[in-house]
Design a protein around this ligand. Structure first.
Ligand code: MG
Length: 300
């Protein structure tokens, strides 16, 4: 239980006293973008500066899935079971078809190149929502220095028509995003402006109307230490956020319920494994996992 910190009694039944925090692999540069494929019984995860996507399974451990990956970052899975990914280097959203070929779904908005899509989620109606901060084009380490052509923004893509719409643009650095179980709420991490000594950093909470417009967007929770990057929601509607000291579990009313403490800062996480109750953790250079007593929301 050393790894578990109970901040609110509600958290006590959400974790397991006898479940260890396990190391699944280590020695990576910066892990991000984990996504669980239940029918393949495996996890895909990006090592961004190493320009590769890794695959992990219980039987096979960690292997290389795609290298180079275009400095892939966030991932999700669409309603047809296809891998949807963010490419920093190619400044686009990519879909891996079931035969393994790649399709660019979005790379420009009004004729200008996207910055470096960071994280992505799929909605039940088939739309793909993603964040587009400039982090991947600010440095050669995470994708390659390139000129930004668009302000940071949050987008919704209709893959059937190719229509791309800005759903929010009052961000300095939109990052991880997750829907509430009924998709009435969208949580978005505002990670702030890179290299800013006092960046704006907190999780925002938007209401989603029936026609997919966002409203509100007020501060929902401020993660300390560090800041929120990747987010996931469990089936009860609690928000699980990455933080500098591990993973924080936050109730839907914004209260910190508890933490899972890790030896290194966490950039992203996802539920997977049996019954979606295992939490896979991108802890900087180490891939970790812990079984919990909650289940991830069915949508990634
Ligand atoms: Mg991110």
């Amino acid at each position: 239980m050393d790894a578990i910190e109970i901040c609110d009694e509600r958290f006590r039944t959400m974790v397991l006293p006898n479940a260890p925090l396990e190391t699944l692999g280590q020695g990576y540069r910066w892990l991000e973008g984990p996504v669980w494929f239940a029918d393949h019984d495996c996890l895909y995860v990006s090592d961004v500066p190493n320009d590769c996507i890794l695959r992990w399974s219980e039987e096979g451990g960690v292997s290389s899935f795609r290298k180079p990956s275009g400095f892939a970052n966030g991932h999700a899975r669409d309603r047809q079971g296809r891998l949807i990914g963010c490419s920093h280097q190619h400044r686009c959203i990519l879909r891996t078809e079931l035969d393994g070929t790649l399709t660019v779904l979005a790379s420009h908005y009004h004729g200008k190149r996207l910055n470096s899509p960071n994280d992505v989620v799929c909605k039940a109606d088939g739309s793909i929502w993603f964040s587009d901060p400039p982090y991947g084009i600010n440095t050669d380490y995470e994708g390659g220095k390139q000129q930004s052509e668009l302000p940071p923004a949050l987008y919704r893509l209709d893959p059937a028509t190719g229509e791309l719409a800005v759903v929010a643009d009052d961000f300095e650095g939109p990052n991880g995003l997750a829907f509430s179980p009924d998709e009435s709420i969208l949580y978005v991490a505002e990670s702030g402006r890179q290299f800013d000594p006092q960046p704006r950093q907190y999780i925002r909470r938007f209401r989603i109307s029936g026609d997919n417009r966002l409203s509100d967007g007020a501060q929902f929770h401020k993660v300390l230490p560090g800041f929120a990057d990747g987010l996931r929601v469990d089936e009860q509607g609690n928000v699980w956020s990455s933080a500098a000291d591990g993973i924080h579990c936050i109730s839907s009313d914004g209260e910190l319920l508890g933490r899972i403490l890790t030896p290194a800062p966490v950039a992203n996480l996802t539920f997977g494994g049996r019954n979606r109750a295992r939490l896979f953790i991108c802890a900087s250079h180490t891939l970790m996992a812990i079984y919990t007593n909650v289940r991830g929301c069915v949508r990634p």
